[in-house]
Design a protein around this ligand. Structure first.
Ligand SMILES: C[S@@+](CC[C@H](N)C(=O)[O-])C[C@H]1O[C@@H](n2cnc3c(N)ncnc32)[C@H](O)[C@@H]1O
Length: 242
């Protein structure tokens, strides 16, 4: 099996956009929930773990004046995203940066991303960090937002009980069957990954655990605008009055 960075998922990067939609229920709806929570006047947006650029494309389409700084540690994913951004005509409004967002969480001065973002978004990436690093990252994000800024993250969550783990798994299996395939078939297109930088195989936290981390990291408004079984969009703002 091809050796990948955690989060690259598919052995062939070109399989990602189709495969992720077969593997995860309501992927587009989940990313759309993030973009809907961004005011359309949002200007500077930081994206963590941009992958093949699907969330970047949705954000750039929703927010016509937005410029996106998109971070990923995988050169393969960044290159793939760059090509799609170019094809969509967004090159002037998108900058891809190859870094590990865990390094940024640990020391923002050592990693040049900038600050004063109106929003930070992420999907299916932060769950690769251990909880201690998730908290550090949430703290770094809260310090890097403008006072009116928003952070929205989509990630799988740790099932709250063994029974719910079975429910969440059966929902995924039903979803893939509805797409005309099986999880076993999709798994045959996956690569294997070991630890890379700060990320390793899934390090899931419960939804309530995430919300506690956000509060501890300085977010005053904490919300869950979307949830579907084992997937959730959560985040918030550092300012109370919005
Ligand atoms: C499952 S993909 C999701 C991509 C995209 N956000 C989406 O929803 O389609 C996760 C991405 O996060 C990146 N990633 C994981 N850990 C990272 C880290 N510590 N620093 C930077 N990128 C990371 C992976 O390279 C991969 O591109």
């Amino acid at each position: 099996m091809t050796q990948l960075f955690p989060g690259e998922v598919f052995a062939n990067t070109a399989d990602f956009d189709t495969g992720i939609r077969q593997m995860l229920p309501r992927y587009d709806e989940m990313l759309d929930a993030i973009t809907r929570c961004l005011p359309i006047t949002t200007n500077r947006i930081l994206e963590l773990g941009c992958g093949t650029g699907e969330l970047s494309l949705k954000v750039l389409s929703r927010c016509p004046s937005a410029e996106v700084v998109a971070v990923d540690y995988s050169p393969r994913m960044l290159q793939f995203a760059q090509q799609k951004i170019q094809a969509a005509g967004y090159t002037d409004r998108w900058t891809g940066i190859e870094i590990d967002f865990g390094d940024w969480a640990n020391n923002s001065a050592a990693v040049e991303i900038g600050t004063g973002f109106d929003a930070c978004v992420s999907s299916l990436a932060i769950h690769h960090l251990q909880d201690e690093m998730k908290l550090k990252l949430f703290q770094r994000i809260s310090e890097s937002l403008t006072p009116q800024g928003w952070f929205w993250n989509a990630d799988p969550i740790l099932p709250e009980s063994p029974a719910l783990a079975e429910v969440y798994q059966s929902v995924r299996e039903d979803w893939t069957a509805q797409q005309g395939t099986t999880l076993a078939k999709i798994r045959s297109c996956l690569g294997t990954s070991s630890t890379q930088g700060h990320s390793s195989h899934d390090q899931l936290a419960t939804l309530s655990g995430h919300l506690q981390m956000l509060t501890k990291a300085g977010f005053h408004v904490v919300a869950v605008p979307w949830k579907y079984y084992g997937l959730a969009v959560f985040g918030g703002s550092i300012t109370d009055i919005l």
